[in-house]
Design a protein around this ligand. Sequence first.
Ligand code: PLP
Length: 408
Amino acid sequence: MSARDRYSASLMNTFGPPQLVLTRGKGARVWDEDGNEYVDLLGGIAVNALGHAHPAVVEAVTRQLSTLGHVSNFFATDPQITLAERLLDLIAPRRVGEAAHQGSGRGGFRGKVFLANSGTEANEAALKLTRLTGRTHLVAAEGSFHGRTMGALALTSKAAYREPFEPLPGDVTFVPYGDPEALREAVTDRTAAVVLEPIQGEAGVVEAPMGYLETARTVTRDHGALLWLDEVQTGIGRTGAWLAAAGDPDVAPDVVTLAKGLGGGLPIGACVGLGAAGDLLQPGHHGTTFGGNPVACAAALAVLDTIDDDGLLEHAGVLGERIRAGVADDPRVTSVRGRGLLIGIDVAVDAPRVVSAARTGGFIVNATGPHTLRLAPPLVLGDDEVEQFLAAWPGMLDRAADEQGATA
Ligand code: PLP
């Protein structure tokens, strides 16, 4: 029986048939069960920040697992504490001379972190946190994706994801993404929080227009509501900066959620409450068995150190520009968006066919819509891999167009 048949026979059909059965990876490359090699331009959907089998992650995980693998949340570990401090350093940097536990930040102290195991769980924690303001009304954006658990799904706009599971937790108003007037109208003194992605990833890499997040800050502040940025996809170097917007003092969110790239492939998520928002969740309010697990935290620390040590923020910025400019040269490309290595490309041909043509040519890319592709490669992607992709790009579009023509 093939691995694909065994997959269909044993795994719930939540994702449809797998495109490939992968057996190993190294850097930005993966190999399938037949030994075919691919340049991985999706990186586990913006997860494998350091690519596959990065020695720093392997070493950190191995060392931690052979020292202390899991302790439960009755106990603390150093990787968990250090990671929380490092995340606060990224979002709300300390003043010179200030100790990690002291605060310069909003509300008199920097904030606090809740560690979870995924993006949806980070958002679930954030959603519960917003309820502790005493308000229930939430404002989210059309085109948003915040995860698949019931709370995160309530904030996710796509009808096909929501409708089979309704009723979802209620009191959510969806506004057109990027429209400051709509936001002003929707937020009232009963609003607990506004939740926004700085760049909508699943919607096809749609950036917030200039000034939109600043407006969200002003509007929420005026109404005593929290501003919550979901940086699950955009955070941890993906856009060529540590955070797409959460570190910007003019945006200064109250809550930031992170996951994906943070663990470099290990499951981890974080809900960061800045200033007073960091003190809303109190004993008994929320919990998780695995969240804060020292192995996942050690992996995350290795990711943060390596991004820093190897200059990967700048690298992501430079390679992202090169890819955007390179793909845009083809006349069948109608729009190119994104920042750093989070890239959306609209094509005049059928995007799923481009995905399969790319795969045939040895590249993994992703379609977020009928005419939209997304790239979210490892931040360690090499110049040679970019050149290889750009050289193959027109051929992929030719092939997709030919196939489309053949079936039209
Ligand atoms: N939030 C955003 C912005 C995402 O892009 C995703 C996943 O794509 C999630 C939340 C959910 O994360 P996870 O799949 O780890 O639950």
